[in-house]
Design a protein around this ligand. Structure first.
Ligand SMILES: [Zn+2]
Length: 353
């Protein structure tokens, strides 16, 4: 039997400080998409009604049984249009489901990395080993709207710490046709701003907020700005910054192999990052949502390597076990640290951590 862990109304005192019997049972309703009736409750303090569904990520969803399949396909290189064909949704509904699932996944990923620091089983004396890099893609038009994706991983566990796409100015060889296209776009949309620096800084801040306190060992290529981002984000901590020339062979022996490999996997499993493909992001916002969804899948559901049983989050000591795909899209996570743990059974109160 489901036991509500707290009042779902964030402005109610029983949201942050629930008492054991803060609610009363209040009938049930029969949703169209489920065979069993769903119990309703009422908060004794704020009198708001709610049900088990209020705590679920598929709250108010049509066809919630498709959610797991959608996440699997979106993290397997399938684009939104083909996804809509495969699961028999309209293109609009597939896009709306993708947006909702990806926003949920972003919260889940954030909560497990940052908002639940007490569940960290790892010694803070162990160095935080990180790899950072940027790689390029584009939104809508390859020759005029390039993007740079700043990506950071934890080197040993391959935990995707953060990845975000930001606009950059068109660069490289400019043919007269390309110059004309850029001029047309500038007239139409204004000059394209370069936001890659703020994206990099955001990624470094995310790594710093993960609650580690020991030495930071950072590996990057030789781009000059990275060391200042690192010094600023990890202020007060000992930082060892190792640089590798991007001219040496990009094979397994390359010290940057873990990040190069991560980028190659991203290009493969997020179809919209593939080179010379028509599966391109029309808008940057959707690319960032997709990055968040993929990060959650990668960090908490997928094993680190095919030969592994453990997921990156588990190896980093952030979760006790791998989540199932169903748990990934289960309990809602938009209450930050007071969200139910994704692996909660729903039966007893979740642990305070
Ligand atoms: Zn309440």
């Amino acid at each position: 039997m489901f036991v509500p862990p707290r009042c779902p109304n964030p402005s109610c005192p029983r949201h942050s400080a629930p008492t054991p019997r803060f609610y009363v049972r209040k009938g049930c309703y029969r949703p169209k998409c489920r065979p069993r009736p769903v119990q309703r409750f009422r908060c004794k303090t704020c009198a708001r009604g709610f049900s088990r569904q209020t705590f679920r990520a598929d709250y108010r969803d049509h066809k919630p049984h498709l959610n797991v399949e959608l996440v699997r396909l979106l993290c397997s290189g399938i684009g939104l249009r083909q996804l809509a064909r495969l699961v028999k949704l309209t293109r609009r509904n597939a896009r709306m489901k993708f947006e909702k699932l990806a926003s949920h996944a972003a919260w889940l990923d954030h909560n497990l990395k940052v908002a639940r620091p007490k569940s960290r089983g790892r010694s803070s004396f162990e160095p935080q080993r990180l790899h950072f890099d940027e790689f390029e893609t584009y939104e809508s038009r390859r020759n005029t709207r390039p993007l740079s994706i700043a990506v950071m991983i934890e080197s040993r566990t391959r935990l995707l710490v953060a990845a975000v796409a930001a606009p950059i100015r068109p660069r490289g060889r400019k043919t007269p046709a390309r110059e004309a296209a850029i001029a047309r776009e500038t007239e139409l949309l204004g000059a394209r701003r370069d936001r890659s620096r703020s994206a990099c800084r955001w990624v470094f801040r995310r790594a710093a907020r993960m609650g580690f306190s020991g030495v930071v060992v950072l590996r990057t290529d030789e781009k000059g700005t990275y060391s200042s981002y690192a010094r600023r984000a990890f202020r007060g901590r000992r930082l060892v910054h190792l640089r590798t020339s991007s001219k040496i062979a990009r094979d397994r022996r390359n010290p940057l192999f873990p990040i190069n490999h991560t980028e190659a996997v991203l290009r493969d499993l997020m179809g919209r990052l593939r080179r010379r493909s028509w599966l391109v992001s029309k808008r940057r916002r959707f690319l960032n949502l997709h990055l968040a969804l993929y990060a959650a899948w990668r960090n908490w559901v997928r094993p680190r390597f095919n030969s592994d049983d453990l997921c990156p989050g588990e190896l980093a000591g952030l979760v006790p076990r791998r989540l199932s795909a169903g748990e990934l899209v289960g309990w809602r996570q938009d209450w930050g640290g007071s969200s139910p743990s994704p692996s909660w059974t729903g039966r007893a109160l979740p642990r305070a951590d």
